[in-house]
Design a protein around this ligand. Structure first.
Ligand code: ADP
Ligand code: ZN
Ligand code: MG
Length: 485
């Protein structure tokens, strides 16, 4: 496509996301069937989630509590009374012919989430958070007769979801990406979803329109579906923004429609004209009572909320004086943030701790395909203490950490077994330095004639001769003295 940066700059995109989050309840939203992922097809079903006539839904209290957690964390007002509604449509994986959702009386409304750490960055409005049931799954592949038949797995039918609808407050694909990342981290902290996009427990539809920069009205939007990764979300939005600009620049008009992202072709294409609310013939679900939420229940849920990731991030920045980016990365996962705090407390070295967790530890775990954290907090703290006391050098610490991950031994054990103590005795180092200097007259000549870069080479030689055990700083100092002649 050919939208030049100049033309693009004359436009502004308007984006609003509709995000579905699968809740981690043990049982489904209206029956007691298991929500386990990956079981044999149709194993976890009953008359309710199979949509058999006469079966009656009973609301799962745990699903409501989880949805309330999300709503409160998103600064929403929880309605004292909300209601379920039938959303009618025909699709093979929807056995009842309608989905039980919420419509004009949702669980919660009028919230927001910030895109930065606590109290910084753009605020994106949350229009609503509502509860609904998931549909089953159509299986189009993997059977001998898949070319002529589709199969239906209803294990997912009735699994609880929340839908989180944002205001059209996002202006770029990057902002949409940040928004979804913040939302995901929040859900993970609340432990209400595993937010696995590949397995479909986090799904995102993107609404997007463009308008001339400075215009105040909203342009006609399209809704892009099939965005099953963060990368696709960004790519699809970038594509769709350019496509819309091109249509408008060409004198055309945007058709309000639903489009699908095709990751192979790297483009969106029209799937169907947009459906309107009246197409779904919404009406109140007669088999369920209105959902009434007392102040006491709300307070109880609010009391159970953990420290939220963005608040924790700002606390890390001030309390530990670590770089913003480190705080951001550590707080992406509650387990990592907890681990960091524990190691920082034990070692008394927050900056060093952040560094080692985010760099060497992360790298080694990935390289060895080991799950986080790989070493206990006290073991890592002990290693960092040795480093801090200069009993071992940085390169030695890396080697020891790798071995700790492999063998689960403590740093002290490995140091003792290998005789890996750092040499901090200047005299002992000077002896080795003199040997190296005596053995390399040519390099000494070079150094003395002004090629001081040779110093690095000498340091390397001494380190090698001491099997990496010499204190590198001390080596430099001694070398300079000895080479000065
Ligand atoms: P619909 O009529 O399609 O249900 P809604 O007003 O309910 O539209 O909004 C659905 C989503 O689309 C929301 O996330 C909202 O922020 C977003 N949205 C609404 N209008 C626009 C627009 N003109 N451009 C981009 N996004 C929009
Ligand atoms: Zn069931
Ligand atoms: Mg709508």
């Amino acid at each position: 496509m050919g939208v030049s940066p100049d033309v693009r700059a004359q436009y502004e995109a308007v984006i609003g996301l509709e995000v579905h989050v699968q809740l981690l309840t043990k049982s489904k939203i209206f029956c007691s069937c298991s929500t386990r992922f990956g079981d044999p097809p149709n194993q976890n079903t009953c008359p309710v989630c199979l949509g058999l006539p006469g079966a009656l839904p009973v609301l799962n209290r745990e699903a409501v509590t989880m949805a309330m957690k999300a709503a409160l964390a998103l600064n929403c007002a929880i309605n004292p009374r909300s209601r379920f509604a039938r959303k009618n449509y025909f699709y093979p994986d929807l056995p009842k012919g309608y989905q039980i959702s919420q419509y004009d009386e949702p669980l919660a409304e009028s919230g927001w989430i910030g895109l930065g750490t606590d109290g910084t960055g753009k605020r994106v409005g949350i229009t609503r958070v509502h509860l609904e049931e998931d549909a089953g799954k159509s299986l189009h592949e993997g059977f001998p007769d898949s070319d002529s038949k589709s199969y239906i797995d209803l294990n997912r039918s009735g699994v609880p979801l929340i839908e989180i609808v944002s205001e059209p407050d996002l202006s770029t694909p990057e902002e949409a990406h940040t928004y979804l990342t913040r939302l995901r981290t929040l859900m993970l902290y609340l432990e209400i979803s595993d937010c696995n996009m590949e397995e479909g427990s986090l799904r995102c539809d993107a609404n997007v329109s463009v308008r001339r920069r400075g215009a105040t009205g909203l342009g006609t939007k399209t809704e892009v579906k099939n965005l099953n990764s963060f990368r696709f979300l960004q790519k699809a939005l970038a594509y769709e923004i350019d496509r819309q600009i091109e249509v408008i620049e060409g004198g055309g008009e945007i058709t309000q429609e639903t489009r699908l992202w095709d990751s192979r072709e790297q483009r969106t294409y029209g799937m169907r004209s947009k459906e309107f609310a009246h197409d779904y013939r919404y009406f109140p679900e007669p088999d369920l009572l209105p959902l009434v939420i007392s102040e006491a229940w709300k307070d109880e849920v609010r009391r159970c909320l953990p420290e939220l990731p963005q608040a924790r991030e700002s606390r890390f920045i001030t309390q530990y004086a670590i770089p913003n980016q480190d705080a951001y990365l550590l707080c992406q996962s509650r387990a990592v943030a907890d681990y960091f705090e524990e190691v920082a407390r034990l070692s008394g070295e927050p900056k060093l701790t952040a560094n080692w967790i985010l760099n060497d530890l992360a790298f080694l775990l990935q390289e060895n395909a080991k799950p986080f954290p790989g070493v206990s907090a006290s073991n890592l703290a002990a290693l960092l203490a040795l480093l801090q006391k200069r009993e071992i050098s940085g390169p030695m610490a890396k080697e020891i950490l790798a071995e700790m991950i492999r063998t689960e031994k403590s740093a002290a054990e490995i140091v003792a077994a290998k005789g890996l103590r750092q040499i901090n005795d200047a005299e002992q180092i000077a002896a080795t330095v003199r040997e190296v200097v005596a053995a390399n007259p040519k390099q000494v000549e070079q150094y003395r004639s002004g090629k001081t870069a040779t110093l690095g080479w000498f340091v390397g030689q001494v380190m090698k001769a001491t099997r990496g055990q010499a204190n590198p700083q001390l080596v430099q100092e001694v070398l300079k003295r000895e080479l000065a002649g």
